[in-house]
Ligand binder design. Structure first.
Ligand code: ATP
Length: 361
């Protein structure tokens, strides 16, 4: 494992604005004092004690660091430096300034399948690289697919958030109940041994959404979504897929297969005729077909709304936990800003909202 610095991160980097928030901390822009180069700093709160309900176990962050260190690829967020103190760990990573791929697409008036494939190819290359290293991401979803610089003519994909990623070792079984309901594979829900194929399922779901603006297994609540996944209940609704090529549907069908062994691998996806047409007719079909941009925009707007709602929910929960630990006079003003009068009902099955098993309590 790389040298983790025990010095204060602020001796090396000036801390800037908040770029995003996760379940266990914030991501902020940082400026390297020595070079003047801008990076992003992922500040992760550590558990103070084994009985604490707040923060991550140190080992869990160390695993994320080890994984990022072994993944140097153009389509994967690069790790630069790591700092550690008693209360937190700070991962200095490549600054990704282009925002989320889905937000970029939602701003467009139209997008052909051919253009969508250019992004998908990059996702497949990044994921394929991870898989050659026997690392599975286990949390592929639109929020974790970003763009390096959206002002470039052909923006570059960057895969982020390796908090649930796992190094799969030969002869070792790995099971986990973590993930995000809409995107998780049936074997995760069934608590069966996991492999890289779980990521390929998620890519199938992402592609389905990208083309139609519909989420294939989405139910009225998470329980229903999980039931639909396990029951393999999905279809290509004609209303939403009338602009989609037959090859695109074939591509999705070969990923949304219940048996993980049957699913295409990332390398197989890259040579599927939808991604790499063999004939002129196939190529022409692809450029004539387009994504359902109207429906996609709606999906994305709803997704963003849910993300901000969940963040308020998480902040409220954190705030209440803090109240249990501290007296009112010591309340954290930042957490108080997150309070809302939204009803705080937990609809997610307990096991699946816990993002990292080691962080559950
Ligand atoms: P989660 O709770 O979803 O697992 P997390 O705590 O692991 O989150 P990330 O998902 O890695 O944190 O980052 C949270 C948010 O910060 C992202 O959704 C993104 O908006 C932003 N972000 C993360 N990494 C970068 C980066 N390198 N450059 C710019 N913004 C970033």
């Amino acid at each position: 494992m790389a040298q983790i610095k025990l010095q204060n991160v602020e001796d090396y980097y000036e801390i800037g604005e908040v770029l995003g928030s996760g379940h266990f901390g914030q991501v902020r822009a940082v400026l390297e004092r020595a070079s003047g180069v801008r990076w992003a700093g992922k500040f992760l709160k550590l558990r103070r004690s084994a009985s604490s309900r707040l923060g991550l176990e140190r080992r869990s962050v160390e695993r994320e660091v080890e994984i990022l260190q072994s993944l140097q690829h153009a389509n994967i967020m690069a790790l630069r430096d790591v700092f550690e103190s008693r209360a937190e760990m700070v991962l200095i990573v490549e600054l990704i300034s282009g925002g989320e791929l889905f937000d970029f697409i939602a701003e467009k008036e139209s997008l052909s399948e051919e253009e969508a494939i250019e992004f998908l190819k990059q996702i497949l290359k990044g994921v394929g690289f991870m898989h050659t290293k026997k690392i599975a991401h286990f949390d592929l979803k639109p929020e974790n697919i970003m763009l390096a610089d959206k002002t470039m003519p052909h923006p570059h994909i960057k895969i982020i958030d390796f908090g649930l990623a796992h190094h799969l070792k030969q002869g070792e079984e790995y099971k986990s109940l973590s993930g995000t309901p809409q995107y998780i594979a049936p074997e995760v829900i069934n608590y069966e041994p996991l492999s890289e194929a779980a990521d390929m399922w998620s890519i199938g779901v992402i592609t389905y959404i990208l083309l139609s603006g519909l989420s294939p297994f989405q139910g009225d609540n998470d329980e229903e979504t999980l039931k639909n996944i396990v029951g393999m209940i999905y279809e290509f609704e004609e209303n939403y897929f009338n602009q989609t090529s037959i090859m695109a549907k074939d591509f999705i069908e070969k990923l949304l297969l219940k048996d993980p062994i049957e699913r295409m691998t990332a390398d197989e996806c890259l040579v599927h005729p939808w991604i790499k047409p063999l004939t002129r007719k196939q190529a022409a079909n692809r450029s004539r077909s387009s994504i359902n941009i109207k429906s996609f925009k709606k999906f994305n707007a709803k997704r963003k709304w849910k993300m901000s709602y969940n963040m308020v929910w998480a902040c409220n929960r954190l705030f209440r936990l803090q109240l249990q630990c501290k007296s009112r006079s010591q309340e954290d003003p930042e957490l108080r800003q997150c309070e809302s009068d939204q009803e705080d009902t937990e609809t997610k099955p307990a096991s699946l909202i816990r993002r990292r098993l080691s962080s559950s309590s």
